[in-house]
Design a protein. Structure first.
Length: 203
């Protein structure tokens, strides 16, 4: 239950006034003056017992970059699409062709001396809490090199170590990329399994 502070003050004043007039025989005016002094003294003491303080908050915002891979319509589907760690299956191929329609097959030479499998995918790079408008993209192969096999992102041949300079410089947002695997026909039959590392840095 909430008590009205104004009503409580009036009640206290009336009780004080009645008690003084009954016990001391003072006139109403004198008794009222004494009660007012007592009441004001108590209110002042209560007010002095209250304190104000501030809570100063410091918060630091740090910038961050997110990099997500998505399946491109018509390209080979990415396993775990929509995340920053995906898988890609290009199927099998030799110098006569490949078996997945989503992977584009091309052959160099007649007869074929090198064939290529490629597929597009989407790359979405976004930034938060930053005034940056562009980013540098470094891409490389983290596996050991295989003689006769090269990997490309678009028209750029990928190295087997983190490059010292950006492979690409792009604006933030969605971007179509194409991954290519080139294989000489001298490479022995085997399973090619490799990891492509992507690193985006705000510029």
């Amino acid at each position: 239950m909430t008590t009205n502070p104004n009503r409580a003050c009036w009640n206290a004043l009336l009780l004080c006034l009645a008690a003084l007039m009954r016990r001391s025989g003072w006139s109403p005016r004198v008794a009222l003056a004494v009660c007012l002094v007592v009441l004001l003294t108590k209110l002042s003491a209560r007010a002095q017992g209250q304190g104000n303080t501030n809570l100063d908050v410091t918060m630091q915002l740090t910038s961050s970059i997110s990099l997500v891979f998505d399946t491109y319509s018509g390209g080979c589907p990415l396993a775990n699409s929509g995340t920053n760690s995906v898988g890609l299956n290009l199927g099998w191929a030799n110098n006569t062709g490949g078996h997945l329609s989503c992977a584009t097959y091309t052959c160099t030479g007649n007869p074929c001396t090198r064939y290529t499998l490629s597929t597009p995918f989407r790359l979405d790079v976004e930034v938060t809490n930053s005034t940056s408008t562009r980013y540098g993209l470094r891409v490389w192969i983290s596996n050991a090199a295989i003689t006769g096999v090269t990997y490309r992102l678009g028209t750029t041949t990928l190295p087997y170590a983190r490059p010292g300079t950006a492979t690409q410089t792009n604006s933030y947002g969605l971007l179509q990329e194409t991954l290519q695997v080139r294989v000489n026909n001298t490479v022995a039959a085997r399973v090619l399994s490799f990891t492509v590392q992507f690193e985006a840095t705000a510029l």
